[in-house]
Structures are given as C-alpha cells and as structure tokens.
Design a protein around this ligand. Structure first.
Ligand SMILES: Cc1cc2nc3c(=O)[nH]c(=O)nc-3n(C[C@H](O)[C@H](O)[C@H](O)COP(=O)(O)OP(=O)(O)OC[C@H]3O[C@@H](n4cnc5c(N)ncnc54)[C@H](O)[C@@H]3O)c2cc1C
Length: 471
C-alpha cells in the first residue's frame, strides 16, 4: 500500500480529533425528585452486596473485595439489561428513557472494570468459611466458561463504543451481550461463596441474574422480533432539503401520548423495518401523528428515495419524560438546535394565545427555506411564542441568556434539545443564572467514540450489490 493510500485509510478509520472527544458529565445543583430513585437503587444494590462477603472467617480483605466486585459486575450487567428492556413505569424513577439508556451504558461500562478487578485479584478461598454453589467439577467448568466469556465481553465492548461499526451492525453485536452474562452468572452461582444459594443473599443475587436474563431474552427474542406497537399508515410524506415530514394516520386505536414524548417507528418497507426513535412533533389532541426526520445516516438517507405513502407503520411507545412546558414556573424557555426542535413543535400545537408564552431560542444553519423556522414564525405571528433566531453563523452561547433574561433565570423552566454541546453549554448557563428546573432530551441513544462512517459503508455496500449478477 502506498503512503497516500495508507494515509486515507487511516483518516477513514481514525477520523478527526473531534470524533474522539470525551464529553465529561456536567454537574448541576440537584433538585429533589423521583428521578433520583432509579440511579440510587442501582448504586445501592451494588454497595449492599458488600455485606454478603464482609467479615467471612478466613477470607482476607483482598479476597473479600474480589468476591464483592465480581458480584457488583453481575448486578451492574443485570441492571444494564433491565434498563434496555424499556419498562415504561421505570421512566419516572429515572427521568425518561434517555436517562435510562444513560444508566444502561454506565452500568455496562462499569461492569467491565469490575469484572477485570475480580479476575485480576484471585480470591484465596483455602480455609475460609465458604459454601460450595455446586460440585467442584461443575464449578470449575463454569469458571472456564466465564473466562472465555470475559474475552468475548471485551471484544463486544470495543465494538460497542467504536462508532466505526455502523448502527445496524452494532445492534446485532449488542444483542450478544446476554451470552457472556449468562456464563458469568452461571460461574457466580456455582462458585464457592460465604452464603448458601438458598439463603437470603443467594435469593438476592439470583433475582438480579434472573431479572437480567429475562430482560435480555425479552428484548432480543420477543420485543425486537415480534412486530409490536400501534398500527399507523403513512398518509403524507414530503421531503424538504435534508428533512422528511411524515404524517401518519391511525389504523385502529390512536396512540395516547404527551407533548415532548417520542416513539420507535418501524416502517413496513424492505430496508426500513429497523425501529428508529423519533419525537412526535404533533400535539396529543390531533389524531394524526407528524414526524420531522433529518437525513443523517444510512436509514434516514433512504427516505427521500422511497415511495412511502400508504406504507404500514408500527409505533412502539410512547416513551420519554421530557416536559417542554411548566405551568408552575413564571417563564418557560425553550432552547433548541436543528431537528431538536421537534419536542417543542408538539407543545406548540397545544399552546393558545391565553396560555404561557415561551421564549424560544432556536439555532439553525439557515432560516431560508427551513420548514421548522416557518412553523416558528407562524407561532410568533399568532402571539404564542417570543422567538429569538440564531442562524447563518450567529452563535447561540450562554452569554445570550444575559441579554434575553437580564434579571436572571430563577423562576424559569428551561427545556433544551439539540446537539449535545449546545445543550450542555446552555443548560450549564441557565443553571449558573439561577434556573433549577432544567429538562434535556438526548437524541443519541448509542453514543461512543470515533468517526461515524455508516454512510460511506452503505455506499460501498450498495455499489457491491449493483455489481452482483442479476438472478
Ligand atoms: C429520543 C430520541 C428522539 C429523536 N427524535 C428525532 C426527531 O424528532 N427527528 C430526527 O430527525 N431525529 C430524531 N432522533 C435521532 C434519530 O433517531 C437518528 O438520527 C436516526 O435513528 C439515525 O438513523 P440513521 O440510520 O439514518 O443514521 P446513523 O448514521 O445510522 O445513526 C446515527 C446515530 O443515530 C442513532 N441511531 C441510529 N439508528 C438508531 C436506532 N435504530 N435506534 C436508536 N438510535 C439510533 C445512533 O446513535 C447513531 O450513532 C431522535 C433520537 C432519540 C434517541
């Protein structure tokens, strides 16, 4: 391979420095809410396990730690599967599905170093007061399986965090995580421990392992395979530049949802059946659902090339706890960038001139010919919102908040949706200016590092398909 080609291959794989940017979690003054219960329960369930191992006769500190951290790894993995199952009732304890997916990623990510520590610090069990979980032969075989599973887990995690693996392939590798979890659980169950499997601690850990496995099987073999959700049909479809507006009419009972919620759409067309999450951009009082979809990758790029009117659609949801509008605060502030405007469009649909008048700060590439900007102008003309547009290079930064809200933001409910950097900066800005009611919605469920090459890979794939002789 010559130098120039080598350079272009490397730049394809490595991308730019921005692609590897590590975004640190941002901290703000917490306000007490039910949303903390989920994360607290997750951390507490790992910490509580310590008491199953501490104080065991004949077990030194390092061995106690090793056993506990191994149990922590299993409990975290179980949480990761439970959260990915999308149990709607859990949303209120986590603050929406996007936060549950954040919990899912953190639980999965922390389970890996926990497992590494468990295997790196071999527990010394000789002479300790331990109970066998199974015969020595079975326990040894389970340990061997768990060691193989550990390697598989590292490989799967690498694929999971590298964006180079396109979403539609990543999704399949992601489904395999249940296999190493099953092996690790079997090892944990059969290994020597300070308690009997039929004791209180035995039942405690077995419940996590079982719940994790049931959630994995339910997600992968039931929810992802059996087409489910409300039945709709595409009644109109418009493509405007890099945006598609889909209108769906119900075929049966319409979906019951709140403004700001989203749903997973599964289109009944070859190549489009993979479920994708989109915010419902029409108000709950309308019968038809409207979605605005930005062409961002291999799935959404196909929309303008397909004839979609009349296509059957399955809608799984609604999900999300994002509340654009608060009736208990004096002011409502909506901050959005690009297609992040969609949750606010649903709320706009429900606003009338007598209700609250949100101040809308909207950033977009160009105001010319953007249908989303047209909708905002219409709402402004009807007196529903106070609009501040930032386009054609004008930057929406936290300094703007000082100009728009010179008296601070103490009694302001601030809802934000859009590019991660914009949302983080503006939310921190609003928090620093006194707002304690901040809602954010995350449009990126997967996250990860490195360049996203799904478009380029799809182009190569479709080129290869065309080369194949017709049968
Ligand atoms: C809660 C939520 C609400 C959203 N609302 C809107 C909206 O109203 N309008 C809009 O244009 N976009 C919305 N998105 C983003 C939209 O889901 C992705 O842009 C779209 O799925 C990209 O798919 P793609 O294959 O074309 O692009 P890709 O290049 O394949 O994917 C780009 C990124 O989108 C995410 N993604 C891709 N496929 C899926 C999938 N099947 N499930 C989950 N995430 C996926 C991944 O993070 C991926 O890295 C929303 C996302 C979320 C999580």
């Amino acid at each position: 391979m010559n130098r120039a080609r080598m350079k272009s291959v490397l730049s394809f794989v490595l991308g730019s420095r921005r692609d590897w940017h590590l975004s640190m979690p941002w901290l703000r003054l917490p306000s007490l809410s039910l949303h903390w219960l989920g994360p607290i329960a997750m951390v507490a369930s790992v910490v509580a396990g310590w008491f199953a191992f501490a104080g065991t006769n004949g077990l030194n500190q390092a061995s106690t730690f090793s056993m506990w951290i191994g149990s922590g790894s299993i409990v975290l993995m179980a949480w990761s599967f439970i959260l990915a199952f999308r149990i709607r009732v859990l949303e209120r304890f986590w603050g929406g599905l996007d936060s549950m997916y954040r919990g899912h990623r953190w639980a999965g990510a922390l389970a890996i170093p926990a497992m590494f520590l468990h295997t790196a610090i071999e527990p010394r069990t000789k002479g300790a007061d331990l109970v066998a979980g199974a015969s020595k032969g079975v326990a040894d075989a389970a340990e061997d399986l768990a060691e193989t599973a550990e390697l598989g887990l590292y490989a799967l995690i690498a694929m999971s965090i590298l964006r180079l693996v396109p979403y539609r392939w990543w999704k399949w590798t992601h489904k395999l995580f249940g296999v190493p979890f099953a092996f690790a659980s079997w090892h944990f169950y059969t290994a020597q421990k300070p308690y009997d499997n039929a004791s209180g601690w035995g039942i405690w850990f077995a419940s996590f392992m079982l719940a994790g496995l049931v959630a994995w099987v339910g997600r992968v073999f039931v929810r992802d395979t059996v087409g489910q959700g409300a039945k709709y049909r595409v009644s109109s479809c418009e493509h405007i530049d890099t945006l598609t507006r889909l209108e769906l009419e119900p075929v049966g009972k319409p979906l019951d949802f709140d403004a700001g919620q989203f749903a997973f759409l599964r289109l009944g067309k070859k190549g489009l059946a993979e479920p994708h999450p989109f915010t419902i951009a029409s108000g709950p009082s309308r019968e038809n659902l409207i979605f605005y979809i930005r062409h961002l990758g291999d799935w959404s790029d196909q929309l303008p090339t397909r004839d979609l009117v009349g296509t059957d659609v399955r809608i799984e949801g609604p999900y999300g706890e994002f509340e654009p509008l608060s009736h208990t605060h004096r002011h409502n502030v909506w901050i959005a960038g690009g297609v992040g405007l969609t949750p606010f469009l649903a709320a706009l649909d429900e606003l009338d001139a007598t209700g609250p008048t949100p101040t809308v700060l909207y950033a977009c590439k160009s105001a010319e010919g953007d249908p989303l900007v047209d909708l905002l102008h219409e709402a402004e003309a009807d007196g529903k919102i106070d609009l501040r547009l930032f386009h054609s290079g004008e930057r929406l930064t936290p300094d703007v908040l000082d100009v728009v809200f010179p008296d601070g933001m103490a009694d302001h409910h601030v809802a934000l949706c859009g590019p991660a950097g914009l949302v983080k900066d503006m939310a921190m800005g609003a928090n620093a200016r006194g707002s304690r009611s901040i809602e954010t919605e995350d449009f990126d469920i997967r996250q990860g590092f490195g360049p996203d090459r799904s478009r380029e890979i799809e182009k190569v794939r479709s080129g290869l398909r065309q080369l194949r002789p017709a049968t």
